[in-house]
Ligand binder design. Structure first.
Ligand code: FAD
Length: 276
């Protein structure tokens, strides 16, 4: 079976903590290479990611990789977090620029993810394996698709070891993107980010914000199901398992699942893949 990793977000209350605990226990059965935990810029959210990473690493026994974003943060804050993650035992970081939450205006000291990658290398040398984000359908703020690939290369040149893509539902977007990256001299593994489908209206909102396209044939079918969540999940699992199979057949090195802290949608996809 292809290597997998699972992404979680940090819970902020007891109910969410209990949910992540259940999800982590269930997904452990799939033996992920590592799990990662997202990071929100600023304020109290600063402490949720380290708490969750500690728990995933020390209590659940995963290799846990914190996401670390530079938007809104200072070099000193980032240095402190790196120290903390090192003390927890982490060997992997997902390094991102991040997005400023609306209403928070203050920019960070580092502007782009490439600067963050070089800062991590300066501070921590080769201690951490560094993953960065990349965008088969082009980052929404990019000047154009080629500029986006050039900025991706800057992150690799700064010291990134691998990249995880934004999610997508069109396998050709991934294959063309990998070709463009290779042509630009990017040699690191490019791991598809996979978003299982469980709540279609939520997925549409996310996708509009992050520039991921949901093909019309999927949207039309999902809309036809209306409130029939069982059919939405069943069709969604078929679509995503089919996508994963095409990616595996086309040479994807691993799969990174955006779990949204739910076990079932990811498990269903993995079970269908195993049967296929
Ligand atoms: P960058 O690589 O810095 O690129 C950002 C934009 O700037 C792109 O449009 C790029 O083309 C452009 N750019 C880059 N360098 C330059 C330059 N020198 N001059 C001009 N333009 C430039 N967000 C969070 O807040 N927390 C998370 O935990 C999180 N996890 C994520 C995990 C993955 C796998 C992915 C793919 C995304 C994640 N995000 C997360 C979202 C991410 O932070 C946003 O997509 C953000 O807008 C861009 O981050 P980046 O690291 O790709 O930025």
């Amino acid at each position: 079976m292809i290597p997998v990793s699972f992404e979680f977000y940090p819970p902020k209350n007891d109910d969410q903590r209990a949910q992540l605990d259940r999800t982590a226990k269930r997904l452990k059965a799939h033996d992920p290479e590592y799990v990662s935990c997202t990071f929100g810029a600023g304020g109290s959210t600063l402490r949720y990611t380290p708490e969750t990473v500690r728990q995933l690493h020390q209590e659940h026994g995963f290799h846990a990789a914190p996401h670390l974003s530079c938007v809104g943060g200072t070099r000193e804050e980032i240095r402190d977090l790196l120290r903390l993650y090192r003390a927890i035992g982490c060997r992997r970081i997902v390094a991102l620029r991040g997005d400023m939450p609306s209403g928070m205006g203050q920019a960070g000291e580092l502007r782009y993810a490439a600067e963050l990658v070089s800062f991590i290398r300066d501070v921590a040398g080769d201690h951490f394996r560094i993953e960065v984000g990349c965008y088969p359908e082009t980052h929404p703020e990019a000047e154009d698709a080629l500029a986006d690939v050039a900025y991706f290369k800057a992150k690799v040149d700064a010291g990134a070891d691998a990249a995880i893509t934004q999610y997508f539902y069109n396998a050709d977007a991934y294959f063309h993107f990998v070709d463009a990256a290779r042509a630009a001299g990017i040699e690191v593994p490019i791991i598809p980010g996979i978003m299982p489908i469980s709540n279609f209206s939520q997925l549409r909102r996310f996708s509009q914000a992050c520039g991921a396209e949901i093909p019309r044939w999927i949207t039309r079918r999902m809309l036809a199901y209306g409130d029939d969540t069982a059919s939405i999940r069943d069709f969604g699992a078929d679509v995503v398992a089919g996508l994963c199979q095409r990616l595996i057949d086309g040479g994807a090195p691993a799969l990174h699942f955006y779990t949204l802290n739910m076990a079932k949608p990811t498990q269903t996809v993995l079970q269908r893949l195993a049967i296929a």
